[in-house]
Design a binder for this molecule. Structure first.
Ligand SMILES: Nc1nc2c(ncn2[C@@H]2O[C@H](COP(=O)(O)OP(=O)(O)OP(=O)(O)O)[C@@H](O)[C@H]2O)c(=O)[nH]1
Ligand SMILES: [Mg+2]
Length: 432
């Protein structure tokens, strides 16, 4: 793509103390000459007056990054102006009058990709970093920015490429030796398919966890589930009463617990329902438990265990639950994992730590591929490779392998078209 025009955009949010305007393209020297009338040392912040048509627009700091040692790989200039919409407007007008163009969302990063400063997974990581809601998402995006995903995909791409050259050699020079070479390599294909499968599965799991681990609060009526829901959310979200059967529907709220994104789910108390609404609520509670990453089983410490409690304990997986003895201000069950009181707040902090520590091993794996586009492309590549295993004719095998290479190439960006780039960068913010 031709990138001969010079683009600019404010890169900071309106309303801050400082507004950074980024400029990239061949007209940087002209901008410096016309608006700053100083010589800027590369990569050195310099105090400047921005003057257009004899009028002072702002006193600012400027940094000049000559290409290719810049973010986009082109000549770049950053103007650190005073914040506020008027300054940004006046400087933008001056840049427009020099025939510069306002940048589209993600255009700086798109240029960085097109100029070979980063591969596509790294370009996408830039946006993931900006959008990261939880600490674990940020860490995984940084790993991606660092080339972690690219390296993984490239190693798979190389193995497919080796196989392709062997098969294509056997097509071009059909003799026994060539045939043996590629048959040998073909035997390694199932292992490669397994590797891809592992990447897809761990990627999907990691993705789900990053979107929020599902923590379901379960227990018989009136033990304090909704009180716990409110305590973990730090707000009075669910209705709490002394009457058993208060919660009817499933309540679902997002909360960050010590940097981990959690989908907290309050459910109806499990018992024989007294009416239709409660019965539906109980069915939903059972469904919610099935899809939980973690279940908080709440017992009422002020009362002896009942059959309903024992039933819930029997039906939940000990590896996926924390058994809580609530109302410890009144009494406790010794067999529980932790005693808490939603009334006094006792044990709630410890509970938060336990929730996070149960989720952490999975979240600590920052190396998994969590971008949906990458997962989809891996799935496509896997389909082609499986097809290659099934084929017997070298021609057909080569076709499938080429297809697999193409799908892998779309991930790192060695094999993408304009429309795909448009789709990827359309969600970027302006100035990045
Ligand atoms: N003393 C004491 N009372 C509590 C505690 N936690 C909850 N309660 C009380 O227990 C009663 C039931 O609390 P809820 O949170 O509505 O219980 P629930 O498990 O959601 O009940 P259902 O929605 O009916 O299944 C309320 O009167 C709460 O005030 C606690 O730690 N100590
Ligand atoms: Mg409730």
């Amino acid at each position: 793509m031709e990138t001969t025009d010079t683009i600019f955009a404010p890169s900071t949010a309106i309303g801050g103390a400082i507004a950074i305007i980024r400029i990239s393209g061949p007209k940087i020297s002209e901008v410096i000459q016309n608006l700053l009338s100083v010589t800027l040392c590369p990569r050195q912040m310099t105090f400047v007056s921005i003057v257009s048509c004899g009028e002072l627009l702002d006193e600012a700091m400027a940094v000049y990054f000559p290409g290719p040692k810049s973010y986009t790989g082109e000549d770049m200039l950053e103007l650190h102006c005073h914040g506020g919409i008027q300054t940004v407007r006046r400087v933008s007008d001056a840049l427009l009058s020099l025939q510069l163009r306002p940048a589209e969302g993600g255009e700086f990063t798109r240029r960085a990709f097109l100029n070979g400063k980063m591969d596509l997974t790294q370009a996408e990581a830039v946006m993931d970093i900006i959008n990261a809601q939880a600490d674990s998402s940020l860490r995984s995006a940084l790993h991606q920015l660092n080339g972690g995903v690219r390296r993984k995909i490239e190693s798979i791409e190389n193995r497919v490429l080796d196989l392709r050259s062997a098969v294509e050699a056997a097509i071009d020079y059909p003799d026994e030796a060539e045939e043996d070479t590629y048959r040998e390599l073909l035997r390694t294909l199932p292992a490669l398919i397994d590797t891809i499968d592992h990447l897809i599965q761990s990627g999907k799991a990691g993705r789900a966890l990053r979107e929020g681990i599902r923590v379901v609060i379960a227990g018989r009526p009136n033990v304090g589930k909704s009180s716990l829901f409110n305590a973990l959310l730090n707000e009075d979200r669910a209705i709490v009463t002394g009457i058993a059967g208060t919660t009817r529907d499933v309540l679902d709220e997002r909360v960050a617990i010590k940097g981990v994104s959690v989908r907290l789910i309050d459910t109806a108390g499990l018992r024989t329902a007294s009416d239709e609404a409660e019965s539906i609520g109980i069915d939903r509670a059972i469904q919610a438990q099935k899809s939980a990453d973690l279940i908080l089983v709440v017992l009422d410490g002020s009362e002896p265990l009942t059959d309903a409690d024992r039933n819930i304990l029997a039906k939940t997986d000990p590896n996926k639950r924390i058994v809580l003895s609530n109302k410890c201000d009144l009494g406790k069950h010794e067999g529980a994992d932790l005693s808490i009181s939603c009334k006094t707040g006792e044990g709630i902090e410890t509970l938060k730590e336990r929730i996070v520590s149960m989720a952490e091993p999975a979240l600590a794996d920052t190396t998994c591929i969590t971008n949906l586009r990458h997962i989809r492309a891996l799935e496509q590549a896997q389909i082609s490779l499986k097809e290659a295993v099934r084929q017997t004719e070298p021609d057909c095998i080569a076709t499938e392998l080429r297809e697999a290479s193409h799908h892998l190439g779309t991930i790192t960006g060695t094999d993408v078209d304009e429309s795909m780039l448009d789709r990827i960068f359309e969600n970027f913010c302006v100035g990045k």
